[in-house]
Design a protein around this ligand. Structure first.
Ligand SMILES: [Zn+2]
Length: 421
């Protein structure tokens, strides 16, 4: 008797493997949660599900978000919004919130992320409150618990609870594919004392921080003056004894033991080209991974100077993508981010944008051997995107110059959104 086969083959108009160019009339075959073949459909096994006029792409990687935050309506319609004023509104919202709000928002938002085709997420969360939501959702996640505080007391409180939380979520060295991993996130140089950065680095876990997000941050680091200082004083969060780790953003990931950690650098909007070399993988002493997570629509909301992501990529920095939270972005979709980026810069190649949206994020989160591209042996993590009824010389145009949605998401070979979820 023939043993039941677990082989399952999906076909679509275009497959974008990312490692390798697009394939027309193609199929992806999956068995036991892994990809076993990617190629022209007619040359492969019998098709079980023909998705028709659609694209199959690797599951998206959202390298920076805050699932625990809800929407904050733009204050200025479509015009650029002042980021310091916006920060004030975020803090007010958090202070007015009820316990449990963040966990509830995290549950809602992680499922929205799955529907947006995300199969790997890096979530920065206050008090570790998104952990259960991420751990229960059908995707891989790294959850970074926030450390914050310029004054000693606040810093001790947040680091104490973050390390307690971390101890509850140990890394299992024998598990080659832990679905959810715990890390730490010193919030930002303007809100978090230097010793908290150093303490986070002692954890030997993945780290993430907001860096070089706005010009006011640079002013504070260099001169201890400006609107961020007034903001912190108003909150009662300023500390007269505060000294930055150094005057430059790179000091926050490169000074002393900070070099020993993996870092997701959220935003990096104002990293000076003279510092780029410090963000290159080669600058890490022992193969630590540093990547910049650019958040295009959040960046646009605050009217920042153009993001240097192209210059960074030219200099060998790994730039991946994040949505940031619903408080600054209209959705948690990385596909929406690359479509916005394409509108902003039509010369950005589709291949580059899709690689930033998948493989580069997987690299940054040390999951590139498992996911981030459609390659035999990797986990069958993919998104299916409906395509418009037209022809284009460059198939990436069909994917990016369109507003058609993600119609299915597969994680480890199972549909978790769409046809058979
Ligand atoms: Zn953020």
């Amino acid at each position: 008797m023939k043993m039941p086969s677990t082989l399952f083959t999906l076909a679509a108009r275009h497959v974008f493997p990312v490692e390798g160019g697009p394939i027309a009339d193609a199929s992806v075959s999956v068995a036991d949660g892994r990809i076993v073949r990617v190629g022209v459909a007619a040359e492969g096994p019998a098709v079980d599900l023909d998705l028709g006029n659609a694209a199959i792409v690797p599951g998206f990687v959202n390298a920076h978000t805050h699932l625990d935050l809800g929407p904050i309506a733009p204050a200025n319609g479509d015009g650029p919004e002042d980021e310091v004023d916006w920060l004030r509104r975020v803090v007010e919202g958090r202070r007015a919130g009820r316990p449990g709000d963040g966990a509830e928002a995290s549950r809602r938002n992680v499922l929205a992320s799955v529907r947006a085709g995300t199969t790997l997420i890096a979530d920065t969360t206050f008090g570790g409150q998104s952990w259960d939501a991420v751990a229960e959702a059908p995707l891989r996640g790294v959850v970074f618990s926030e450390l914050i505080g310029l004054n000693r007391l606040r810093g001790l409180e947040t680091s104490g609870s973050a390390f307690e939380w971390l101890a509850k979520h140990p890394l299992d060295p024998d598990d080659p594919d832990p679905t959810t991993r715990a890390g730490l996130s010193p919030h930002a140089p303007y809100s978090t004392a230097g010793w908290l950065y150093h303490r986070a680095a002692t954890s030997k876990r993945p780290l993430s921080t907001h860096l070089a997000e706005m010009p006011e941050e640079t002013e504070l680091l260099e001169h201890k003056t400006g609107r961020l200082r007034t903001f912190l004083e108003d909150l009662g969060a300023w500390d007269d004894g505060w000294d930055p780790i150094g005057p430059r953003p790179a000091d926050y990931i490169r000074r002393g033991d900070l070099r020993q950690a993996d870092w997701i650098v959220a935003h990096g909007n104002y990293i000076d080209p003279s510092e780029f070399w410090q963000f290159r993988p080669e600058a890490a002493p022992d193969g630590q991974r540093v990547a910049v997570a650019y958040c295009p629509r959040t960046h646009a909301r605050f009217g920042h100077a153009p993001h240097p992501y192209r210059a960074m990529l030219d200099r060998g920095i790994v730039v991946c993508l994040g949505t940031d939270s619903l408080a600054s972005a209209p959705s948690l979709s990385i596909l929406d981010e690359i479509r916005a980026l394409r509108r902003l810069d039509p010369s950005a190649s589709g291949e580059l944008l899709l690689t930033m949206a998948t493989l580069f994020g997987a690299w940054a989160l040390r999951s590139d051997d498992l996911t981030g591209s459609l390659k035999p042996g990797k986990s069958a993590d993919l998104a299916v995107v409906a395509l418009p009824d037209r022809d284009e010389a460059d198939p990436y145009t069909l994917l990016l110059e369109s507003d058609l949605p993600v119609v299915a998401t597969m994680f480890r070979g199972e549909f978790v959104h769409g046809p058979r979820a």
